[in-house]
Design a protein around this ligand. Structure first.
Ligand code: BTN
Length: 270
């Protein structure tokens, strides 16, 4: 079986504590996008918790049609087939639940005083830098909801990133030493299984409560696309409540970015 440095199916299996997630696991050296592979596997009858992991992706996808650059040997690119009874309008909340799972995974590695934050709607931040992105994709066929594909890109050991990304990037290795990917993956699958099961059985309340305790940019002035306001909190629907000059606004999608220093100064002046 294939081994890619610190990543192999055996190493993951040895450390896996889940009941379903990762029990069926495919590791590829290279693929276009693990989300596409997981969707194809779901169509072919893959079981709940089937995982596709790749050492590198040639066409990794992010939200809003963006590219997820996926060099080999360093990071984690994976997609999980989840047989969840979740309607398409609940996917934003499921995405936030997965964000919490990623945050719970990286926290134990971090130095004291540093805690991962979830940046609405689909990022995980370390010290205001993006270390993970989540792409949850649903599908339906007539009235039938098909399995959901949960895609996660987690920067583990990378030190070099492309120039000009929207958000400053980071990896776990930016803050701690080199971390074995198989260990991180086993822990991540356990946390994703826990949070997805919690969301399915208890609904959005526990997700939103935990999320608001580690919500990036809370209370700060931001842009969400071209709307300026202050981040209030995430609501039970998974929507972001933004306090704007024209009153509170509930947002169901969008790209959030903090105001730059000069934008903040001009806001304060008038
Ligand atoms: C984002 O931040 O916009 C989401 C990025 C999601 C990237 C992961 S990597 C594994 C999986 N396969 C993909 O093509 N995308 C997701």
């Amino acid at each position: 079986m294939s081994t890619f440095g610190d990543l192999s199916v055996e190493l993951v299996r040895e450390q896996l504590k889940t009941s379903r997630y990762g029990r069926s696991l495919e590791l590829k050296e290279s693929t276009a996008s693990t989300n596409d592979d997981a969707r194809a596997a779901a169509s072919a009858g893959a079981p709940d918790g089937h995982v596709v992991v790749a050492d590198t992706q040639t066409r990794g996808r992010g939200a809003h049609g963006r590219t997820w650059i996926s060099p080999p040997g360093k990071d984690l690119y994976l997609s999980i087939v989840a047989h969840v009874p979740v309607a398409l309008e609940q996917l934003p909340c499921l995405t936030l639940a997965v964000g919490l799972a990623v945050a719970d995974t990286v926290d134990p590695y971090l130095p004291p005083g540093l805690r991962a934050q979830v940046k609405w709607p689909n990022d995980v931040w370390l010290d205001r830098k993006k270390c993970a992105g989540i792409l949850v994709e649903g599908a339906s066929q007539g009235d039938r909801t098909l399995p959901v594909v949960i895609g996660i890109g987690l920067n583990v050991n990378r030190h070099e990133f492309p120039e000009g990304l929207d958000t400053e990037p980071a990896s776990l290795a930016t803050f701690v030493g080199e971390t074995p990917r198989a260990e991180v993956l086993a822990c991540l699958l356990e946390n994703v299984e826990t949070w997805v099961d919690r969301f399915v059985s208890l609904g959005s309340a526990p997700v939103v409560e935990s999320l608001n305790a580690r919500l990036a940019l809370r209370g700060e002035p931001v842009w969400v696309d071209d709307l300026k306001g202050v981040v209030d909190a995430v609501q039970l629907s998974g929507a972001l409540l933004l306090r704007t000059d024209a009153g509170p606004r509930e947002l169901f999608a969008g790209t959030l970015r903090p105001l730059r220093r000069e934008e903040r100064d001009s806001t304060l002046l008038g």
